[in-house]
Design a protein. Sequence first.
Length: 447
Amino acid sequence: MVVKKSFSSEFSVDTSKSEKIIPDADYKIFEDKKLLDDLRSRVIQNIIDNNIPTNMNLNDYINLEIDKCLNGMDLEDYKRNHVFNLIDNEINGLGPITELLKDKNVTEIMVNAPNEVYVEIDGKIIKDESVSFINSDHILRTIQKIVQPLGRTIDSSNPMVDARLKDGSRINAIIPPLSLKGPVLTIRKFRDDLISIEDLLRNGTLTRDMAVFLEDAVKSKLNILVCGGTGSGKTTILNILSSFIGENERIITIEDAAELKLKQTHVISLETRVDNYDSKSEITIRDLVRNSLRMRPDRIIVGEVRGGEAFDMLQAMNTGHDGSLTTLHANSPVDALNRLETMVLMGGLEIPIPAIRDYIENAIDIIVNIERLSDGRRKITDISEVVGFSGDLIAVNPIYKFIQTGITKNLEVDGEFKLITKKIKSYDKMKNKGFKDLDLIFGDKHE
């Protein structure tokens, strides 16, 4: 009886690839989907069950196995090439999603089921008919092949994994029993070409005056909180804001999965650690924030606050670490402050709510809200500052807002950015740093 080997053990080979034809949609090439899946399963299993001869080129071996399986079938060359690409991707790549990972236009890949693969392109999510998996086991094997080189495992006892690939892309996978539909895979791809403030201006994410204000706010060492929903672009904005920090400052970044890519020379990047087997070895965001205070930082940048680390971040902002930056999930500046208050309470500290609000009010200067609109485009819809209290609640003063006026014939959101106020609390602090261009934005109302 032949013992079947796993994909991960058999396909950990490194060989030169031949020039491949980018596959067309499975259904266009093979109208009989069952035939395609049967061919793919038989060829792959044949390769798994046999040892690859040391004196044979891998590509030649694949072709030989394909010939054996297709014996008696009269297939056109382009169909045969398609099968070869599928097999080659299983061995040398990451299965059916290999080409999607290479496509620079694809920013996110979502595998919901064998025949349900969705991608995000230009902010819009569409179903991709060009790829499919054989079955749920095929998705699981692909997930295992991705996470094993990262030192992670996924199985019934560890049915969920969140990790970072070597290129910086983030992978999240969840399998039964937690997922009732079967294995689900989500990959948020890392951009090699970092977006600059000029890119955001061209895309209409903000105006030039808004960009000047945010740059001056960062250089003035104001504490800035970036908020928005999932996939709205919070990390992108955080990366751009971080790029305004001077070369002479010591920057410490803290993230669950390192996504920030700063160009300054004096940058220390810290990343949390999650262990599948020993929870005592886990290192959290909170642990890293506390440790960063002993590392003589000029700036602390936390990729995202989600829980008790919010208090430690606020403590850093209130104890001489001005110019700190972070993000959190929220739908508006007011919602962001409410969530921040809740996160401090999650830390288990018995602090009265008025004291927490006072702590937040003293720590946060500017709140930037970014949204992904219904047309897929991302815009900074609100820039506000924290100005004190209104009764028992923290008061927020809107500076810029995006006002939506309607929807165009092309279903694009129509609207304009408006300067809401010309009198801001942080004006003197920013002006004292020598930023004279503030007068061009806010006029002489502060004189």
